[in-house]
Design a protein around this ligand. Structure first.
Ligand code: FAD
Length: 408
């Protein structure tokens, strides 16, 4: 039987970090909300496993931190790199003015399942899996709901507010006709896993060498690896023998000389086509976009998840009361964009600068790599690692759950 049409105060398209945290916060504040997620569960390909100090602080404010940290995770206190021959620490989280001076590495599905479980405590929280939004319902220029498909049929949700939290390929923003500004990126990333042995190094690392950047995230018994290549080069790489790729990995990470043979062929490698973009307007009457749906982030700094969650916290702070009271106005949506627009602009500006000045240069280098000025400064002036830790760990404008929402 097809699901029945429903009516809620807020309908969120997409159960990623932004959608789930917003759904949880609104339901906690007494708003009737439904989150529609197209997948059957949260188990998917790697999409970043980082829970940043700012998110851990939010969990603390919500009284969920101790329970959350009982889930299996690795604590990463600093990010290290080797640029050419220069070893350096890029960011040191220990000094952040937060309860947790580390990034918790945890599979994203564990985080999302945790939020879903906590949301289910509230009567207003409804999470529908395998519900794919495919259209908006509009009346007199206002978005008043969505159409969605499930394996058992189509249905409609009517809502005072539709939130597009459906990620970088957002159908909601496309259907709403919101204009996107693209910033471009000089690289793509190949993601894959390598077995980790007791003899391997422990640090989460970025290795910058002429023409290549190799990121290795320590995930206990395996490495989550990101191999950064010049944009569009993947097709050409695929035409070469796979052993050439394996050899390139071993050159950057000699300890992987055995485990690299676990990679059988290109099917074991996933391409992330890097995109950096931002909506000009994040809202229309009856509709708001947040997270990657409003701004696809570059992987530089690994900060897409905390930005998405901060959008959710800011949106919940502004919207919970008007939604609960049925008093939502366009001005409330404008306030959300005003609050989150400039931290997004600044963060993307920094990412684009790093892409142009460092990544593009490293990727086009053919001779020995001379560490860029930023790397030399980070190596020489330890205090700078605290600034980078703030930008990565907390973000430009960390958000806190408002006392009114916490009390409600
Ligand atoms: C390979 C990779 C590695 C990354 N590494 C990191 C990292 O280390 N650190 C970091 O901070 N960020 C990382 N990111 C970025 C990060 O994943 C995103 O910035 C973050 O997940 C954005 O959260 P979101 O909730 O806005 O969107 P998403 O996480 O994309 O969630 C959107 C959700 O909407 C669902 N959806 C999509 N369309 C529909 C529809 N029509 N109907 C219903 N549901 C729909 C999707 O299934 C998904 O669950 C990485 C991304 C990728 C792809």
């Amino acid at each position: 039987m097809a699901p029945e049409n429903i009516s809620v105060r807020c309908c969120i398209a997409g159960g990623g970090p932004a959608g789930m945290v917003l759904g949880y916060l609104l339901a906690r504040a007494g708003v009737k909300v439904v989150v529609l997620e197209k997948h059957r569960d949260f188990l998917r390909d790697f999409r970043g496993d980082t829970i940043h100090p700012s998110t851990l602080e939010v969990m603390n404010e919500l009284g969920l931190l101790d329970e959350f940290l009982k889930l299996p995770h690795q604590k990463v206190y600093e990010l290290n790199a080797q640029v050419g021959e220069l070893p350096l620490t890029i960011a040191d989280f220990r000094h952040l003015p937060t309860r947790c001076g580390f990034v918790a590495f945890m599979p994203q599905w564990d985080f999302l399942n945790f939020i879903a479980e906590k949301g289910a405590r509230y009567p207003g929280f409804d999470l529908m899996m395998e519900a794919e939004v495919n259209g908006l319902i509009e009346e007199s220029g206002r978005v008043v709901g969505v159409r969605a498909n499930t394996p058992s049929g189509a249905f409609e949700v009517r809502a005072d507010l539709v939130v597009g939290a459906d990620g970088r390929s957002s159908i909601v923003r496309e259907k709403a006709g919101l204009q996107v500004k693209e910033f471009g990126a000089p690289m793509d990333v190949l993601w894959f896993r390598l077995r980790r042995t007791a003899e391997d190094p422990v640090a989460t690392m970025g290795r910058f060498d002429s023409g290549r950047i190799f990121i290795t995230l320590n995930r206990g018994d395996y490495w989550q690896c990101g191999y950064v290549i010049p944009k569009g080069q993947f097709e050409e790489m695929r035409r070469q023998e796979f052993k050439t790729f394996r050899a390139a990995i071993v050159k950057l990470a000699p300890y992987a000389r055995d485990s690299v043979h676990d990679l059988r062929d290109w099917d074991d490698v996933k391409l992330l086509t890097v995109r950096v973009d931002r909506l000009i307007d994040w809202f229309r009457p009856g509709l708001l976009c947040i997270g990657d749906a409003a701004h696809a982030m570059s992987p530089v700094g690994g900060i897409g998840i905390n930005l998405a969650i901060q959008d959710a916290v800011a949106a919940a702070n502004v919207l919970f009361q008007p939604l609960r009271e049925g008093q939502l106005a366009i001005d409330h949506l404008r306030r959300v964009q005003k609050r989150r627009g400039w931290p997004t602009r600044v963060t993307q500006g920094l990412q684009v600068a790093v892409q142009r000045r460092i990544i593009a240069r490293v990727l086009s280098e053919t001779g020995p790599l001379k560490p860029p000025l930023a790397a030399r400064l980070l190596a020489k002036v330890p205090f700078l690692r605290r600034i980078s830790a703030r930008i990565v760990g907390l973000g430009i404008r960390p958000e806190h759950v408002s006392p009114e929402l916490l009390r409600s």
